[in-house]
Design a protein around this ligand. Structure first.
Ligand code: PLP
Length: 385
């Protein structure tokens, strides 16, 4: 496919997401020194604009790492070895919190839910009453299953029974879903560049509450020493050499996103997500999410006659459409179609076209175009005025 000049690669996976041309062009400014007033101003402006999407009291920090780096920074700065922590584990990324907490010597308690389901506030409360914890870690959006957790509700449940810190991985949730750190009383929120922000991978973001800043861990830390990072970033100075080109891309992207606003971004993602769900239904397919389907991506179960790995390959090789399949035990069984970041109506419709044609090529019989048609109708019904 790569050698075929008539096929363009298009990203429909839940990260990396498409990078708009103007944003990509800003990464061409490669001869940038980071210890200058002009770059410091750019960092400060990025942090100020990021704060809008974090809904935080204080501007978030920018780290040069992928999203997992910021998860690690959260874990390392919020917990001490031996601390009892609770992780909600409903997929690949819940597992990641567990692995991180174990790697850093925490006592890990898990509230494990079947993949595709959403955590329940009452069970969360019961679990916390039984096992008091220093911190609770969960996702805003479990990317492996296409389930968006009810963050506000879960945070309220934690607060009603415990003084545990609440740390939320919003790597794929932010922008597609509103996150309101201060209003929802969250202590730590983490996100990443290559998802809703529509810039290439390599930056992550982390916001802490005054409560979290007041109780930072005592354990040794170096690259991800957030207190040190905060002291510098208050003046736009990053501790290490930052990915300068990505900071410039971030600024370009954030300027556009704030014009749309938090609610506008959420409304856009919701419209695309609903259209994608209608498409699946019209094709006779079932959502993998049993409740709370994500606005960042749609995970869909495949009939047993269809090999999802083949479908991923056909979409990619024949149409250039990069759609993600399932992970771990869901490999070959589900497909994950993203509508996250700088994706518009025609993008979604083209991804769905590839998906429908790929299914037919694998022998699935449905009225060709039914999915795309349903998505078009849904988008028209919900057109912004
Ligand atoms: N958390 C979630 C919910 C994600 O979707 C991802 C990436 O897909 C990560 C964490 C890890 O981010 P990264 O791959 O940038 O390290």
């Amino acid at each position: 496919m790569r050698d075929n000049p008539f096929i363009s690669e298009r990203l429909f996976c839940p990260g990396p997401t498409p990078v708009p041309l103007e944003v990509g062009l800003s990464t061409l400014r490669t001869n940038v020194y980071h210890r200058t007033d002009s770059f410091r101003q750019d960092v400060l402006e990025c942090r100020r604009l990021l704060q809008v999407f974090f809904g935080s009291k204080e501007a978030p920090l920018i780290l040069t790492s992928s999203g997992t780096g910021a998860l690690e920074a959260a874990l390392v700065n919020l917990t001490n070895p031996g601390d009892s922590v609770l992780v909600i584990n409903g997929g690949k990324f819940g597992e990641r919190w567990e692995k991180l907490a174990k790697a850093y010597g925490c006592q890990v308690n898990s509230y494990t839910i079947p993949w595709g389901s959403s955590p329940d506030s009452e069970t969360l409360k019961e679990t916390l009453r039984r096992t008091p914890c220093k911190a609770v870690f969960f996702q805003a959006n479990e990317t492996s299953t296409g389930v968006a957790y009810p963050v506000e509700e879960l945070a309220a449940a934690v607060r009603s029974v415990s003084s545990a810190l609440i740390a939320v991985d919003a790597v794929s949730g932010m922008i597609a879903h509103r996150i309101a750190m201060q209003d929802w009383d969250l202590d730590c929120v983490v996100s990443g560049s290559q998802k809703g922000f529509g810039i290439p991978p390599g930056l992550s973001f982390i916001g802490l509450s005054p409560r979290a800043w007041g109780g930072l861990s005592q354990r040794p830390k170096f690259y991800f020493d957030l207190a040190r990072e905060r002291a510098g970033q208050e003046k736009g100075e990053m501790a290490w050499t930052p990915a300068t080109t990505l900071v410039l891309a971030l600024l370009s992207s954030l300027k556009k996103l704030v014009e749309v606003g938090v609610e506008g971004c959420e409304a856009h993602h919701k419209r695309l997500a609903i259209a994608c769900r209608h498409a699946m239904e019209a094709m006779g397919l079932q959502l993998f999410a049993q409740s709370h389907p994500s606005q960042a991506l749609t995970a869909v179960s495949l009939p047993s006659s269809i090999d999802g790995s083949q479908l991923v390959k056909i979409c990619r090789d024949a149409y250039g459409a990069i759609i993600a399949g399932g992970q771990d035990h869901l490999k070959g069984k589900i497909m994950r179609i993203a509508h996250l970041g700088m994706v518009d109506e025609l993008d979604l419709l083209s991804g769905l076209s590839a998906f429908e044609m790929g299914l037919q090529r694998l022998g699935y019989r449905h009225t060709l175009g039914a999915g795309v048609g349903a998505a078009m109708q849904s988008l028209l019904r919900a057109s912004p005025t």
